[in-house]
Ligand binder design. Structure first.
Ligand code: CTP
Length: 405
C-alpha cells in the first residue's frame, strides 16, 4: 500500500502553458490514494479547466479568495491547515516572487502565507526568465526557508526554443511530493545502496551476454528508500528506466563495473540491497574486433565474475539484503543463499510464476528472514513489494544493536 494513502496534498496550479501537466501529477497522486485539493490562480484558468481537476480529485477547485456566496472567506486558512504537504505545479516566476516576498493578493498566495506544511515548487518558464537574477534570488530565498525546488529540465520550451525552464516530468514531481509528504520518514539520515538491473558481458564490440532483468524491482526499492528519507545510491546495469527522483545513480554495464561501483560506494552505508541480476560468468576473451562466423559450432569459454554480494557480506554493513530469482527448488536455494552469506533478508521469487520476476510490473515474493521466519506476500506492484522490503530494513536498522557487526 502506498505511503501516500490518505495524505492530504494541496496542489497549487499557476498560469503557465505547462499547467495541463498538473493534471497528470494530480492523477499520479490520486492513483496512490492521496487526498488532493487543487487551488488554481485565475491565470491558470486560461490554460486548463477547473473541471479537469475537480473530476480527478472529486473535490471542488478553489480559485477565488472571496467567492460570492456559500463560503466563509477563510478558505486560505482552512486549506493551509488541512494540507499535510503543498506543491505548486507549475510555479511561475510570479508566484515564486510573491512567496519569496510574503505577498498575498489571491487565494493561492494567501494559502502559501498561512501554510506551515512542507512545501515544494516545480517552476516552469522561458529560460530567459529562469536565469533572471531576481527569480534566482527569490528561489534561493525560498530554499533557505526549506521550500523544496523541483528543478526544471532542459528541453523545448513553449515558444519552440530550447533551454532550461521546462517543467519537470510529472512522475518525478509525484515522487518529490511523496518524499515531502511521507508521514514517517523512518530512514532519514540513513545511507542505502541498491544494485539493480542486468549486466552485459561483451563477446566482441557488437555482441554481449546478458539476462532479462528489467531493473524495475531494484528501481522500486531505491525509490521506496528515497521516499522514506534515505540518501540512496543506485548502481544500475543497462535498463530503459528513468533515474528515480532524488536518487544518486551510477550506470554500469558489466559485472566487473558493477563490482567496482558497489565496492567503491560501500563505505558508510547503513543498508545494502542487492537486487541486480549479475552475470556469474563472462566471456574469457573479449574480442576487440567483430567475430566472423566460420565453423558449424562455436564454443565460448566463460570465466567466473566476482560474487559482489559475497564480498559485501565479508565486511558487512548493518543491514544486508539479497535477492534470489529461481526457476526450480527455489525456496531451498534461497534459504541456502541467506545462510551462506549471513544475510538479514533474502527476497525470493519464482520467475516462472505468472506476474512474478523479470520485466513484469508486479511480483510475488517470499521474504526469508534471518530468524527463520518466511512470509509469502500476495501478488502486488513492485512498488508495494519494495515498500515491504523497506519496512523490514527500517525495522532492522531500528534494532541495529541486534545485528552482528
Ligand atoms: N549477486 C551478486 N554478484 C554476483 C551474482 C549475484 O552480487 N556475481 C547477488 C544478486 O544481486 C542477488 C544474489 O546475489 O542479490 C543472488 O543472485 P542469484 O543470481 O540469484 O544467485 P547466485 O548467488 O548467482 O547463485 P546461483 O547462480 O547459484 O543461483
Amino acid at each position: 500500500m502506498s505511503r501516500l494513502k490518505g495524505r492530504r496534498i494541496a496542489l497549487g496550479v499557476t498560469g503557465s502553458i505547462s499547467a495541463y501537466k498538473a493534471a497528470e501529477v494530480v492523477r499520479g497522486l490520486v492513483q496512490e490514494n492521496a487526498d488532493v485539493r487543487v487551488v488554481m490562480t485565475r491565470e491558470a484558468g486560461a490554460f486548463v479547466g477547473a473541471v479537469t481537476f475537480s473530476a480527478l480529485t472529486a473535490h471542488p477547485v478553489a480559485i477565488e479568495q472571496f467567492p460570492e456566496a456559500g463560503a466563509s472567506g477563510e478558505e486560505h486558512i482552512d486549506l493551509a491547515v488541512w494540507a499535510d504537504a503543498v506543491a505548486i505545479v507549475p510555479a511561475t516566476a510570479n508566484i515564486i516572487g510573491k512567496m519569496a516576498n510574503g505577498l498575498g493578493d489571491d487565494l493561492l498566495s494567501t494559502v502559501m502565507l498561512a501554510c506551515e506544511a512542507p512545501c515544494c515548487l516545480a517552476p516552469a518558464m522561458n529560460f530567459r526568465m529562469w536565469r533572471n537574477e531576481a527569480v534566482q534570488a527569490n528561489l534561493e530565498r525560498l530554499r533557505s526557508r526549506g521550500v523544496h525546488v523541483i528543478e526544471p529540465e532542459f528541453g523545448m520550451l513553449a515558444n519552440g526554443e530550447m533551454g532550461e525552464g521546462r517543467l519537470a516530468a510529472p512522475d518525478r514531481i509525484v515522487e518529490a511530493i511523496a518524499i515531502l509528504a511521507d508521514p514517517d520518514p523512518d530512514l532519514a539520515g540513513c545511507n542505502v545502496l541498491v544494485s539493480a538491473g542486468p549486466t552485459e558481458e561483451d563477446i566482441d564490440p557488437v555482441r554481449c551476454v546478458t539476462n532479462r532483468s528489467s531493473g524495475k524491482m531494484g528501481f522500486a526499492v531505491a525509490r521506496a528508500a528515497a521516499r522514506r528519507g534515505a540518501s540512496v545510491t543506485l548502481v544500475s546495469g543497462p535498463t530503459s528506466l528513468q533515474d528515480p527522483y532524488g536518487v544518486t545513480v551510477e550506470h554500469v554495464r558489466s559485472a566487473d563495473e558493477m563490482h567496482e561501483a558497489v565496492l567503491r560506494n560501500r563505505e558508510g552505508q547503513d543498508a545494502v540491497i542487492m537486487a541486480a541480476a549479475v552475470a556469474d560468468y563472462r566471456p574469457g576473451v573479449q574480442g576487440r574486433r567483430k567475430m566472423k562466423k566460420s565453423d558449424e559450432r562455436l564454443t565460448l569459454e566463460m570465466t567466473r565474475t566476482a560474487d559482489i554480494l559475497k564480498e559485501v557480506a565479508a565486511d558487512r554493513p548493518p543491514v544486508l539484503v539479497g535477492f534470489a530469482a529461481e526457476t526450480h527448488d527455489g525456496l531451498d536455494f534461497a534459504r541456502g543463499k541467506r545462510a551462506e552469506k549471513d544475510l538479514d533478508l533474502v527476497v525470493y521469487n519464482d520467475i516462472t510464476m505468472e506476474g512474478a520476476g523479470f520485466g513484469t510490473d508486479t511480483n510475488i515474493v517470499t521474504l526469508i528472514h534471518r530468524d527463520g521466519r518466511e512470509e509469502t506476500l500476495p501478488k502486488q506492484a513492485k512498488s508495494g513489494v519494495a515498500d515491504r522490503i523497506m519496512d523490514e530494513v527500517a525495522a532492522l536498522l531500528r534494532n541495529r544493536e541486534g545485528v552482528p557487526a
